[in-house]
Write a protein that binds this ligand. Structure first.
Ligand SMILES: C[S@@+](CC[C@H](N)C(=O)[O-])C[C@H]1O[C@@H](n2cnc3c(N)ncnc32)[C@H](O)[C@@H]1O
Length: 247
């Protein structure tokens, strides 16, 4: 998959994109990420990329001519959808990450200051994504979030692709608790069932604990998800246990 990122601050990306799993995905040619400096497309002698808003008001707005020159140049190499990161976009979630991971290529446009001129959005942007209901100083961190979430869904990127299948949200639940060695740490023990080697008991325990954490932290997810008979039964048990706990 090819992803081009258009930004005024290309220096923000290096360490994040080149480290760990994203770095390995690029080294293995599963992912190629190209970061473009929008300022490089400014033609006036001050290389200005923003200007004051028409109608007055605080802050600066990114100019259409510079950003569009950058988008059109990048589109020569990358025919993918242009996605503008903005708090006004559709809120990003796992389902969106899964659908974007199926694309061959994407172009991510990062705004800054008060954002970008509306005409860029009207004429050159195909989709708009927000990473949550809060306002950041720029689209760079949101672009990194989106790239990271998509990249780990590309087949071959994670060492063990099965791990992505059990992650939170993938099956509509939060993930069960994870433990590693040692089996006792400062008096805290790993649940005995995980040491039993009984795969069926472990599967059941994990499903029950996934239901428990989803019920207590994100009951909204349970409302959206049909439950199997086994899940309904385990959820009943969890509810009774949680009631007892509160007494
Ligand atoms: C200060 S924000 C501009 C906010 C804009 N004036 C508004 O009220 O919608 C500057 C840039 O940061 C990015 N940004 C800020 N918050 C974001 C979020 N929650 N999700 C995605 N991008 C965001 C966008 O690219 C935006 O153009």
């Amino acid at each position: 998959m090819r992803i081009d990122i258009l930004t005024l601050f290309p220096g923000m990306f290096g360490e994040v994109l080149d480290s760990s799993i994203l770095g390995r995905a690029q080294a293995n040619n599963l992912l190629s990420i190209h970061v473009w400096n929008i300022r490089g497309f400014a033609e006036d002698k001050h290389r200005s990329v923003d200007d004051i808003p028409y109608g007055g008001g605080p802050g600066m707005v990114m100019k259409p001519d510079v950003a569009v020159a950058c988008i059109e140049h990048v589109k020569e190499f990358n025919p993918g959808k242009v996605i503008y990161l903005t708090p006004q976009g559709t809120v990003f979630d796992q389902a969106k990450a899964e659908s974007l991971a199926k694309e061959q290529s994407l172009v991510l446009l990062c705004g800054h200051y008060e954002g970008i001129d509306q005409r860029i959005r009207d004429g050159w942007v195909d989709d708009e994504i927000s990473i949550g209901d809060y306002v950041l100083t720029g689209g760079e961190l949101p672009a990194m979030v989106v790239v990271d979430a998509i990249a780990r869904l590309i087949p071959g990127v994670l060492g063990d692709q099965a791990s992505a299948c059990e992650d939170s949200f993938v099956n509509g639940l939060l993930e069960y608790p994870q433990y590693t060695r040692p089996s006792q740490y400062r008096g805290r023990k790993v649940p005995q069932v995980l040491l039993s080697g009984n795969h069926e008991l472990i599967r059941k325990w994990r499903l029950k604990e996934a239901l428990r954490i989803t019920l207590t932290r994100r009951p909204d997810l349970l409302k959206k998800r049909p439950l199997t008979e086994e899940e309904q039964h385990l959820l009943q048990e969890v509810m009774l246990e949680e009631c007892d706990e509160r007494r």
